[in-house]
Structure formats: structure tokens, C-alpha cells
Design a protein. Sequence first.
Length: 282
Amino acid sequence: MRNGDLDETGLRDLVSYFETTGVNGLLALGTIGEFAMMSEQERKKAADTIVGAANRLEVIINAGCASTRQTIRMAEYLKDLGVDAIIAVEPYFYHPTAKGMARHYLDLAESVDMPVMAYNIPQFSGNRLMPDIMDAFAEDERIVGLKDSEGDPARMMEFIRRAPEGFSVMVGADPLVSYGICMGAKGMMIGSASVAPEACVDMYRAAADADLKKTFAMQGTLNDFIRAMNVGTFPAAVKYMLAQKGLPGGHVRPPLEGLSDAEKLIVDDYVKGAKAIRKVIM
């Protein structure tokens, strides 16, 4: 809401909308979800609302906190709520060693005894998961996947190459979706799916059908949405684009700022371009 309160009705409406788009699941309380701006109680209330509203979609919710203890506490709450899997952004602010980061995820998996995914986004967290963490992940079959949002294609390829059997590396960097899936990633968990879910579904299906021409053409469509998303103070443009579709996108919390009128015009132009490209492709 404009006053900063959690809009539970709007959140339920968003879940209902995404259930009509063809996506397979929801990743909630991630970067676009502004989880770092929320109290523990707000995160729990949002999770309650999302799980209660979802009917057919798989629900994966971020439990990540700065400490292992806090992360486990949040994850245990989500497990009791009935989520399908836990995802946890790497610990942030302080800088653990590689051994400490690996131990963080092993302790999390041991404590909650359910599917756990790691979430690598160093540009926000200030810490980076490296491909050799896969050796530790292979020690516990409950660690089932990694969302790699860093945006380094060589490092993503190394995550894919070193992944244990049955482990899912998911592309989290929007500009690398087509590349990542063609190179062996199992799917995408990206911010632009919030505003262009149908385009993401089309791209995934094209990749699954080995239609590389269409896959990379769809990446071109997505790139305009990506440019739009990064106008202004992230993720203000995402919320604006949702509102333009008649959806309850809400507002960013201070110190983040909403878009200016000039920035809104820039976003509108990018969205028009993306829609025009997709119309030609389809």
C-alpha cells in the first residue's frame, strides 16, 4: 500500500493472476518482493497469504537472513506452513568464508529436512557463492538447487557443470535466460517473469523444443522488459508495470523511491517495444 503496509488482498490477487499465466510456480519474498525491507512478522504474514492463495502452483519462499539461526527459524515456519521448498539468499552484510557459507546451507537442510535451494545474488547480498560449493551441496540430497542471479555466464556454466546428479541450476539473471537454459540450466527464476510471465513461458517452451531461433528471439523481447525494470530505483519500475496491467503492484518502501513522470514514460516506451517484438515473433 502507499502507506507502506502489507496489502494482503492485493497479494492474493497477484497469486490468482499468476496461476493463469502458464508459469509452474512462485518464488516469493525475493529481491523484487523487498524481503529485506520487511520485519520477520511481515514476512510470515506475507507467506501465510501466498500459501493460502495458491491452488496449483508450486510455492518456494525465501527464508534467507543474515544469520544461520534466523534463517533456520524462518525456514521452520515456512515448512510448517506447507511450502514446497525453501530458498535462502546467501548470508549478507558480513562476509563469511566459503566454508562458513557451505555450512550455512548444510545446517539449514539438516534442520528443516525438506528441499532447500541456494540463492546467489552477490550484487545485493555483498557475498558470492562459488562453483566449488557444489562439493558441499552434494553431501546432502535435500539441497536440490541453486538460483544463480549473479549474471556471470562463465561462472553459471561452472555451476551447471559441477552440479550433483538431480540438482537444478536455475537462471536468475534475466539477460542470460536463453543462454543458460540452452547450456543446461533446468529453468528460470527471474524478476522479469513478474511483468512478462507469458513471454518467459514461451521462451522456456521454445528452448525445451530445441527451437533456438525462437528462444533467442524471445530473449530479445525479454530484454526490453529488463531495461524497463531497471529504470529508476529498483524495483519501483516493476511495481509500476504491474499497476499499468491493472494489477496490485504496490509501492516501494523508503528510502526507495517511486518513478518520476519522466521515468514512467521511459518504461512505457520499453514495454511497447517488447510487445511489438513479441507480436512479430508469435
